[in-house]
Design a protein around this ligand. Structure first.
Ligand SMILES: [Zn+2]
Length: 202
């Protein structure tokens, strides 16, 4: 059943009315990729309960449906995927092999997750020409836990921080040979401490 009433952390917002752009807000930061005047969308009314994410209710989980083909690297518990060739910035996604979200991840996987995240960052940094790897977990689309890794190219200070994925949306694609070589290198780096390179992309 849908309730129009927002929860107590959102009851102070106005819905359906234009939101004033704050002076000095993110659109005015030098890391924001867009220029010119921007306006803020009106806030939609809350949807409670929220619709199921992928892998919840009767919605299938796309992650569970995949075999290891096309992954960059896999081991017994974890699989490392990457964005599509054609992306402008290197980005990777780490998922547990079994269907878990962060809240129900078994304790042994929680422990291994920290080590694996650290290994993924090291593998990406090992490519060289990367200044930072940003690690994010959102999970609004799919219920299968997935950690994002966004690599910021060295020297591109304008791409620092939370706007990095927005820049990834607007910049031109990496050359395919550069992308492919990076995938091979990351897989090789990961495999030195366990697991195996993923299968070929079909
Ligand atoms: Zn799943």
């Amino acid at each position: 059943m849908t309730s129009p009433s927002p929860g107590r952390f959102a009851g102070h917002f106005e819905y359906g009315k234009p939101v004033a752009a704050p002076e000095g807000g993110i659109p005015y930061w030098d890391v924001f990729p867009y220029d010119g005047d921007v306006s803020v969308r009106a806030l939609d009314a809350p949807v409670i309960p929220e619709p199921p994410r992928g892998g919840e209710g009767d919605r299938p989980c796309g992650e569970c449906a995949r075999d290891d083909e096309g992954y960059v690297w896999t081991d017994e518990h974890w699989r490392l995927d990457a964005g599509a060739g054609g992306d402008s910035l290197l980005n990777f996604m780490l998922t547990p092999r079994a269907h878990h979200d962060l809240g129900d991840l078994p304790a042994d996987l929680v422990v291994g997750m920290g080590t694996t995240i650290q290994r993924v960052e090291a593998a990406i940094m090992g490519l060289g020409d990367i200044a930072r790897v940003h690690v994010n977990r959102w999970g609004d689309g799919g219920s299968h836990l997935h950690w994002w890794f966004f690599a910021r190219p060295e020297g591109l200070l304008q791409l620092r921080g939370t706007c990095l994925p927005l820049w990834g949306d607007v910049l031109p694609a990496l050359p395919k040979e550069t992308w492919d070589a990076a995938m091979t290198s990351v897989a090789s780096h990961m495999t030195t401490t366990g697991g195996r390179p993923g299968g070929p992309v079909v």
